[in-house]
Design a protein around this ligand. Sequence first.
Ligand code: NAD
Length: 236
Amino acid sequence: MKEIKRLAGWIKQSDFTVVLTGAGMSTESGLPDFRSKSGWWKSYDPSALASVDAMKTNYPLFHEFYCMRIKALEECQPHRGHYILAEWEKKGLIHSIATQNVDGFHRAAGSVNVHELHGSLRSIRCLGCGMRGGVEDFINKAGCRSCGKNLRPEVVLFGEMLPADAWDSAINDIGKADLVIVIGTSLQVYPANQLPSLTKGRKVIINCEVPAGRSKFDMVVKGKAGDVLAELKRMV
Ligand code: NAD
């Protein structure tokens, strides 16, 4: 595909490349995304489950939804695309990854410079005193070991701010980037969807559907994340 060849050239030319990933980066690992045909939101209403309101007013339902998502992680692993990005960081081909994903797969594959914009399902804290808790305690509905209140995953819910350190680092990196590669996101979730427009460099989106807002990109590569990255790997 001629776009992939051109993108490989841009990656080689770039001195500072940042990758922004969304749920589509992990569908080939077996985790559903949110908005495509087989995504979570076809079966559930986000505001009823992944929101501050849901956590406060219907903790059992909130708990059930997140237990299901944490358990889904146990059966899945990073795929070749995650490993290719980790290898590119080691080789200096990319500087960092800003991810909307909460699955921890970029780090599990070996990427180090990862800004987890929406937190992680693998980290648990008390929603009363903020003390860290264990994933097992959350799944077993044990209360906080310090104050007894309910536990929650450290993910950003609808109605919450993004973690300042991850957000600031992502903005800083994207401000320096001469190439931003966006992979597997519908770019519908604010404020992460604003990040590509903050670069002065080239912007590319890799997605299996042509996303809304494609005109804001210098290149659209239609394809699956793992396939496109594997093809790129052969060329860079
Ligand atoms: P989204 O569901 O809104 O969009 C996913 C996009 O990826 C779609 O445009 C879809 O066409 C595309 N896609 C699906 N499979 C693909 C593939 N194999 N290759 C390339 N593109 C593919 O997801 P989003 O934009 O990331 O935003 C939704 C929110 O979902 C985020 O806040 C994120 O935290 C959360 N989320 C995370 C996970 C995860 O951690 N794996 C899973 C589901 C949702």
